[in-house]
Design a protein around this ligand. Structure first.
Ligand SMILES: Nc1ncnc2c1ncn2[C@@H]1O[C@H](COP(=O)(O)OP(=O)(O)OP(=O)(O)O)[C@@H](O)[C@H]1O
Ligand SMILES: [Mg+2]
Length: 313
């Protein structure tokens, strides 16, 4: 099978912060090196096998999407010295997952089905069908837990608990709605509906900057637009363009990330299928063919890029 990047170790750069998907290296005071690995997570668990080219797909897609929105807000993106790597501005993260939802889906739909009519302090109208649009997009923040699951929080509580400065929050929420509007338009041009998404913002020299990733399938849910209306009318689920199929496969094998759930074995065929699906996502969202770069020897290229950024000889 194709080589994958499971865990990185860039010589001379110490132990990175390892997120579920990215290994993050500090490169001096102002820069970080984010290496998108081929790890895949679902239900907040890292799956046992890496997916060929998933890291490149995600990193290149994020870079593409950052370009599409760079007139709205300053982004962390500095350069992409290798398809798996982004050099970013080293931000102080604002500890809030800024979630914007245009449709009643996922966690919001589950809350609604259980009778909940408030989400993060936002009143939801009566009579909504699952996967139907809200009258207008809503902001449903979650606190970024240091460990464990993120928790929903209202904007009022965010401010009351001092999680974020009111002046900064005002900027963040304005950017979030503008970004969602742009993401929606770009998606529509590709025959897609942007259902919901998560933004992460940080401060860089006091400025509010969009960091992490934007409008990627790991941070967003998309529906296929062409048969969306018909399917909704017939009471069928919309077709999704996201990693939902991975969650469904896991659930079909009895895994939902609950205590005691056993992670199923991923066979070669499923790994290969997942890789293909990610590549399709890239091509659909960018309208460009995906050209894979062999990962063998990536370490040297990444080290050379890090050396250049840090000014090491
Ligand atoms: N420009 C930036 N400056 C500082 N931190 C950043 C920047 N961009 C992204 N990050 C952080 O780097 C990490 C990226 O790793 P990854 O996406 O794998 O994490 P995750 O598993 O989604 O999230 P977490 O780290 O919360 O578990 C995240 O913690 C993200 O908040
Ligand atoms: Mg992440």
């Amino acid at each position: 099978m194709t080589d994958t990047i499971g865990r990185t170790d860039i010589p001379g750069y110490g132990e990175p912060y390892r997120g579920k998907v990215r290994d993050v290296y500090r490169l001096g005071a102002d820069r970080i090196g984010l290496v998108a690995t081929d790890r895949i997570s679902a239900f907040d668990h890292i799956l046992p096998r890496a997916i060929p080219y998933k890291g490149q797909v995600l990193n290149l897609l994020a870079a593409y999407q950052f370009e599409q929105i760079s007139d709205i807000v300053e982004t962390h993106l500095v350069e992409v010295p290798h398809p798996n790597v982004t050099i970013g501005k080293a931000c102080m993260g604002i500890p809030v997952e800024v979630v914007v939802r245009g449709y009643l889906a996922g966690h919001a739909a589950r809350t609604y089905a259980a009778g909940g009519r408030y989400l993060c302090g936002v009143r939801l109208p009566e009579g909504l069908r699952e996967n139907a649009p809200f009258p207008s997009p809503i902001l449903t923040p979650a606190t970024k837990a240091v460990e464990g699951h993120d928790e929903d929080i209202s904007e009022a509580d965010l401010l009351r608990q001092g999680k974020v400065d009111p002046h900064i929050w005002e900027q963040v929420r304005t950017y979030a709605f503008r970004l969602f509007e742009r993401g929606t338009r770009i998606a529509a041009e590709r025959g897609l509906i942007l259902v919901d998404t998560k933004y992460e913002f940080g401060l860089f020299h006091g400025r509010v900057v969009l960091m992490d990733e934007v409008h990627t399938p790991d941070s967003s849910r998309y529906f296929m637009a062409d048969d969306y209306e018909e399917r909704l009318k017939r009471g069928e689920k919309p077709r999704q363009l996201s990693k939902e199929f991975v969650r469904e496969w896991l659930m079909g094998h009895g895994f939902q990330g609950r205590d005691g759930d056993v992670m199923p074995t991923m066979d070669d065929a499923f790994v290969e299928h997942t890789s293909q699906r990610y590549i399709e996502l890239y091509e659909r969202l960018t309208g460009r063919p995906f050209v894979p770069t062999p990962v063998r020897g990536y370490n040297e290229t990444v080290k050379a890029a890090f050396d250049r950024v840090t000014g090491r000889p």
